[in-house]
Design a protein around this ligand. Structure first.
Ligand code: KG4
Length: 338
């Protein structure tokens, strides 16, 4: 029997999960959204401090819910990156301390690998597969030809799609994080505003800063002319272009790499339009689609535990002098071994 305790603290959620032979026994999440909301984004210093306050409470609660003690745990897993440096440090120090005290392996996990493997709570991964990784910090198309084998074939050349949603929401006077409010308003509107579709360098690459600037300029122009900004229509026009770009690039990659499966990952994979468009795009094809349940689209440690299960079997463990990597690339997820 293998029991893994996993910690996630890369951004604004402190989370601790425990799995036993693949079964999720507990997944405690302390979110800081209500604190950061008033700043319109995550304040890194405050986030780190809150992780420090919450981490032991989350560990205790995860153990209590799983009806286990620290002595029962076989390995301690933790998000090592990418993320906010101070936040990552809190999780890593906690995991290292536990690994040292209880003389158990330390398993460092890539945050985006976690988002991808969260889909294993829904179904089996079938290779080759395309992961559409869309979050507040990342927009990537990743091809997996086997277990823990990641190749980034396309990525954003500037802003991440979630970041773009959040900035556009701010200009439209919507709360942070802006993804869900825009998604909701878009459902009520029509595509009436003409927003240019950004050009991006490679066939599977993205660019979102131009789209963000177009919305900001258009909103400012309308305001200067004293015209009303129709919120629902603006949200719909923006969402059509933002998600349209993901659909176009993802489906081109799926075809070119002849994938068996597409999986969605990251916060923006909660987007209802993206989910619907993906379902439509694979209809009548041989491509299988996994859409993560909403609880898997936000940051939590259950996804870190899922990756850790694979790494435990492979004995991919790290030395206790390991540091965090705020810019860790997914195709270098095992660089701590060299
Ligand atoms: O994965 P995540 O926590 O990102 C990082 O921290 O990197 O996802 C958060 C992002 C935010 O930008 C948020 O606005 C976006 O996911 N998001 C959405 C939706 N729900 C959350 N974007 C579009 N539509 C949604 N329904």
């Amino acid at each position: 029997m293998t029991r893994i305790l996993a910690i996630e603290s890369s951004c604004d959620e402190t989370s601790v999960a425990i799995t036993q032979d693949g079964e999720l026994l507990s997944n405690i999440v302390a979110t800081q959204i209500s604190v950061h909301e008033k700043y319109g984004g995550v304040m890194p210093e405050i986030a780190s401090r809150l992780h420090t306050e919450n981490i032991t409470i989350c560990i205790e609660e995860a153990l209590r819910k799983a009806k286990l003690t620290l002595e029962d745990i076989d390995a301690f897993a933790v998000t090592r990156g990418p993320g906010l440096i101070g936040c990552l440090h809190v999780g890593l120090q906690a995991a290292k301390t536990l690994a040292m005290l209880y003389k158990k392996p330390l398993i460092p996990v890539h945050h985006l690998a976690g988002h991808i493997y969260a889909n294993e709570y829904v179904g089996e991964l079938k290779f080759p597969l395309l992961c559409v990784v869309v979050s507040g910090g990342n927009t990537e198309l990743v091809i997996m030809r086997g277990d823990m084998d990641f190749e980034i074939v396309g990525e954003t050349k500037d802003d991440a799609v979630g970041e773009c949603y959040d900035k556009v929401a701010r200009v439209l006077g919507l709360p942070y994080p802006g993804g869900l409010p825009i998604d909701q308003h878009a459902k009520l509107g029509q595509h009436t505003y003409n927003l240019p579709r950004p050009q991006s360098p490679g066939p599977y690459d993205f660019s979102y800063s131009g789209l963000k600037t177009s919305v900001i300029n258009l909103v400012n122009q309308l305001k200067m002319k004293g015209e009303l900004v129709r919120l629902d229509d603006m949200a719909r026009s923006f969402q059509d272009v933002a998600i349209g770009m993901i659909m176009e690039k993802a489906m081109a990659a799926a075809k070119d790499f002849n994938v068996k499966q597409i999986v969605l990952a990251g916060g923006v994979s909660a987007n209802s339009y993206l989910r619907d468009e993906m379902k439509k795009a694979v209809e009548g094809t041989d491509i299988d689609l996994i859409i993560p349940p909403l609880w898997c689209t936000t940051d939590q440690a259950a996804m870190i535990a899922k990756v850790a299960e694979h790494l435990y079997v492979r004995k991919t463990f790290a030395p206790l002098n390991l540091g965090v990597d705020p810019n860790w690339k997914i195709d270098h997820w095992d660089d701590f071994l060299s």
